[in-house]
Ligand binder design. Sequence first.
Ligand code: SAM
Length: 307
Amino acid sequence: MPTEFENHEEMHATTAHPPVSPGESRPVLAAGLYIVSTPIGNLRDMSLRAIDTLRGVDGILAEDTRTTTVLLRHFGIRTPLVAYHEHNGARLRPKLLSRLQAGAKLALVSDAGTPLISDPGFKLVAEARTVGITIVPVPGASAVLAALAIVGLPTDRFCFCGFLPTKPGPRRAELATFAKVPATLVFYESPRRTAEALVDMLAILGPRPAAVARELTKHYETVREGTLAELAAQFAGEDTPKGEIVIVVGPPGDEAEEVSQAKLDQAILAAMAHHSMKDASEIVSAATGLPRRQVYARALELGKSRG
Ligand code: SAM
């Protein structure tokens, strides 16, 4: 079972003579910290350089050693692993930095995709730079880029917004900080919060074009596109989606110009799936620019017709 490297000797002891299978050589790497991207689903997205690097370093810092053990086994990599995550990072960093300063070669990986992108590693990289450690990128998969590359929304300028807060109040407040950003917005979201996040995005960002990309690079990869009003209505009426999700929202435009009755109804029904009629009317009024009284009157009609 992989353990934390408690001291230098332990790391040397575990790496002095790593087992090497016939035909497998350990590449010679310069000292430094290697930031290595790993696949976000499809193992064949692992780069040759990522494999070389993980074979060649003295140790691998992994967000979750169980997940990374599966990856390493798949590629026949036997380099020792150390758990490095937000709960032990502060304690481990001084030891890791002194190892690096003494000339070690370490790699950082996360469970999937590129480390530091909504994953651990920022503090380690920042502190390593301040003490002059060489940091080497080994780029590869990341869900933000995979989603942007396929959903058909503008890519000339984008803003990666990470995960939104889980509670509605803070979530809307944070969305408001992105409302005027003149760029495509990219969010990571948990499947169980996707429906309510779409409603709040509609409320704060307006009925912009958007896409929900799910299970990228995996067997059930899907992309749903539409305005935020359409997507919010669709997701509100469905079971919780399964798998991993990226939401991409187009830049601000002229979406507030004209709201058809059908779209207004969709937006109201989507908002009412998660909020009271009064709150839903406020949300839709903010999103569409229509007077709150008008939206509330329509919400009442829709409420009655639904019984
Ligand atoms: N570091 C990773 C990267 O570079 O994409 C992201 C790590 S973050 C903890 C995990 C989130 O990324 C998921 O909740 C989801 O929003 C997104 N994600 C990761 N893999 C994905 C995939 N295959 N399809 C869609 N979204 C994915």
